[in-house]
Design a protein around this ligand. Sequence first.
Ligand code: GUN
Length: 295
Amino acid sequence: MSASLIDGKKVAATIREEVASGVQQLREQGITPGLATVLLGDDPGSRSYVGMKKKACEDLGINSFAEEHPADMPEADLLALVARLNEDPAVHGILVQLPLPGHIDEQKVLLAIDPIKDVDGFHPDNVGRLMVGQPRFSPCTPAGIVELLQRSDNPPSGKHVVVVGRSNIVGKPVAMLLMQKNDRANATVTVAHSRTENLPDVVRSADIVIAAIGSPRFIKAEWLKPGAVVIDVGSNRVEDATRERGWRMVGDVDFEAALEVASAITPVPGGVGPMTITMLMVNTLQAARMIHGIH
Ligand code: GUN
C-alpha cells in the first residue's frame, strides 16, 4: 500500500483565494484588514515564520505591520507596545511570535492582547470560548488541521483521533476542536504525550494520528494501524550535508516508512505548514469583519 499525500499547499491555495475575495469585499467598503506581528530577537525559525506571514498578507491585500525588537526588550516595553496595537484602528489582528525570551512572562503578554484582535486564539478568553463550544478565533494550526481533514475527505466524525503532544499551541486546542459537537468534529479524542505508557499501542488504536511532539521522525510506521490517516505537525531541522544550506526539514513521523502503512499522510514540508499561515489570514479577515460589525 502507498498512502495518498494530503497536499497542504493546494488546500491552502484554495482557502487563500477565498480570503482574497473576502478582503476585496471589505476594501470596497473602505476597510483594509491589518495584521501586526511582533518578533523579539533573531531566532532564524521565528524570523522565517514572521517573514512568511508578512508575504501572505501582501499577497492577499492585507496590511502588515511588522514590529521587530531586540531579544532584551523589557517586558514593560512589550506590554506598552501591545497596548498601543490594541488601540490602533488600522490593526485588526495582533500576533506575538512565540516562544518569547526567558525574562518575559508569556501568559502576561497573551493576556494583554485585546481578545477581539487575538488572531492566534491564545488569550484565555478565546481558549475558554473554544472549550465551551463558542469559538471566536480557533488557533491557526489546529484550525488548519480541521480544514485539511475536511477538504481531503477524511472527516473525523466518529473516528478515534490520537493527538501526540499536549502543547497550548497545537495538542490541547486541536483535541478541543475535534471533540466539538459539530459536523466537522465529533471525534473520539485521546491526548498522548511524553509520559504516556505504551505509546506505540495507543497510537496503534488511532484511525487518525496527529503528531505534534517536536521530535524528528519520532512516530514509527510499526505504530500505525494499517489505513490510518496521519497528520504530521512536526517541523524539525535536521543536518543534511547534501543540501547547500546544511539542513532539511523533517516531520515528527518516519514519513517514508509510514507511506507504506497509512492511507493518507501530510508531507513535511507542504502539509500542515502552509495551512497555519493561511488560517492566520482567515482569522485576520474575521477580526476585521467583527471589529466593523460585518458578519
Ligand atoms: N510559534 C509557533 N507557532 C506559533 C503560532 O502559531 N503563533 C505564534 N504566535 N507563535 C508561534
